[in-house]
Design a protein around this ligand. Structure first.
Ligand SMILES: [Zn+2]
Length: 482
């Protein structure tokens, strides 16, 4: 069948609109309705060419009901789908009369036969008949198109499916796509998952050279953290996810992440992020992590050789917990009330000591709190003792990575990247969190994470800009230090 020829019976009805190949003579104007016909005129090099009636729409002729104002979504989708069909048909007609030169010899190509290809687009499934050409001289065959014969969707649809899947569950993303656009193929959740994975694999092949261009950075702060998501793999309840970001003083930022124990090389991702943000041989690198030695090893492997500092945010969280536990101690009588107040003061002093780089004096505060504990009932005191011991162990194990946070803060330097926790939230928790009761395969989580990172970094194709700005930082250092 020739390209783009319409059959008379090819018509669908949605709402008040009817897709037609010709103006169907019927009354659309009864009872206060007016009909419109959308006519598409092809303008080529030779001027006005063929025209086609794409769709007819009948709408009420007045403004009585606001619901009748202009087009409905259903009609808009029909218009888009109709215009798409006509334009694709015209492109296919033009393509069919071309006779490409032979790739091998000087011969002339002739049409051997036509093959039908169904392609999913954002504006509906289209069917194109692609000619297969054969050289009259040497017999070489070709299609004259640059896309592979197995292509079933346009890159724009692929990217949008990946983008929506990165932000929403596959099911919601599929439903949203179907609601907003006349996509009539490939909108079930499984298709979205498959296409998202496909896009993720192309991302891992992209080199740093394709990352956004940035100016040379004098200083870069690297942070690396880990979080957990629920696993659906046999014998594992949780999967460890490593995430982090690189930042410059001017507010440039790139995020990266990988699920542990997959083929994704997080060291390579860190190096790529550093290059993308403008690392040179002279750039001063500062690194922050939580206390995990594994993360420090990853940073060293990625070429971040300066010893990482312990993120102030992680310390602050532990001290906050200590304060909460102390806060539930009884203050029923005067003696206990006084002891409780002294404990809370001492927790504050502990915080002040660590903040001011005097962690070696932390033991003084810890001992003082211990000494006050016997005045309390056994259970609350036991809980506080456990929290206190945990802080004690943490500070001892991290002593080499504690710095004078106050001094750094006064100098306008970062004291950590509370931001990393923010990164965990927007990269992992919002889409893959435990609260959503989602379970993940190691590979599936990693591939989706690659798409989420690309989305936030602005590297997911053109038109999908960088999603965050420095002003979006949910925990500025001041707020955490205060
Ligand atoms: Zn040839």
């Amino acid at each position: 069948m020739p390209v783009g020829r319409r059959r008379g019976g090819d018509r669908r009805e949605i709402g008040g609109a009817t897709a037609v190949g010709y103006i169907h003579a019927r009354s659309l104007t009864e009872g206060g309705y007016v009909a419109w016909v959308l006519r598409l005129v092809e303008i080529g090099a030779e001027g006005e060419g063929s025209c086609a009636d794409v769709v007819e729409i009948s709408r009420p002729d007045g403004l009585v009901d606001i619901a009748d104002l202009g087009l409905t979504l259903a009609e808009a989708k029909l218009v888009l789908a109709g215009v798409q069909r006509e334009i694709v048909a015209a492109q296919a007609r033009d393509h069919a009369v071309r006779r490409p030169g032979c790739r091998r010899c000087e011969g002339v190509c002739r049409v051997k036969d036509y093959r039908q290809h169904a392609i999913a687009t954002l504006f509906g499934q289209v069917a194109v008949w692609l000619p297969r050409f054969r050289c009259a001289g040497c017999g070489t065959t070709g299609t004259g198109v640059q896309w592979p014969p197995y292509a079933r969707s346009t890159p724009e649809l692929d990217r949008l499916r990946a983008q929506l899947s990165a932000l929403l569950t596959y099911r919601t993303a599929a439903a949203l796509l179907g609601q907003m656009f006349p996509v009539d193929a490939g909108q079930d959740p499984e298709t979205l998952r498959r296409h998202t994975f496909k896009i993720a694999k192309t991302l891992s092949m992209a080199s740093a050279a394709e990352a956004p261009v940035s100016v040379d950075a004098q200083a870069i702060v690297v942070s690396l953290d880990s979080t957990f998501i629920r696993s659906c793999e046999d014998g594992e309840r949780h999967l460890e996810v490593r995430i982090g970001n690189v930042e410059t003083e001017s507010g440039g930022r790139q995020v990266f992440g990988a699920v542990a124990k997959v083929n994704t090389d997080i060291g390579a991702l860190i190096r790529r992020a550093l290059d993308a943000i403008g690392r040179t041989g002279d750039t001063a690198l500062t690194a922050f992590t939580d206390g995990c030695p594994g993360l420090r090893r990853i940073l060293a492997d990625a070429g971040v050789t300066a010893p990482p500092m312990l993120d102030w945010f992680h310390i602050a969280m532990r001290l906050q917990h200590l304060k909460q536990v102390a806060g539930v101690l009884s203050d029923e009588d005067l003696a206990r009330g006084a002891a409780k107040a002294m404990i809370i003061t001492e927790v504050e002093r502990l915080r002040w000591r660590i903040w001011n780089g005097k962690a070696k004096d932390a033991q003084i505060s810890i001992d003082r709190i211990h000494a006050l504990l016997p005045s309390f009932e056994s259970e609350p005191a036991r809980k506080l003792r456990r929290a206190l011991d945990a802080v004690d162990r943490y500070l001892r194990s991290q002593s080499a990575h504690l710095v004078d946070y106050a001094e750094r803060h006064r100098a306008g330097q970062r004291v950590g990247t509370a931001l990393t926790e923010g990164t965990a939230n927007f990269l992992v928790n919002r889409r893959m969190a435990k609260a959503q009761q989602m379970r993940w395969t190691r590979r599936g989580a990693d591939l989706l994470l690659q798409v989420r990172c690309a989305l936030y970094n602005g590297t997911l194709g053109t038109g999908f800009g960088q999603k965050f700005l420095p002003t979006n930082d949910p925990h500025p250092p001041m707020a955490v230090a205060a």
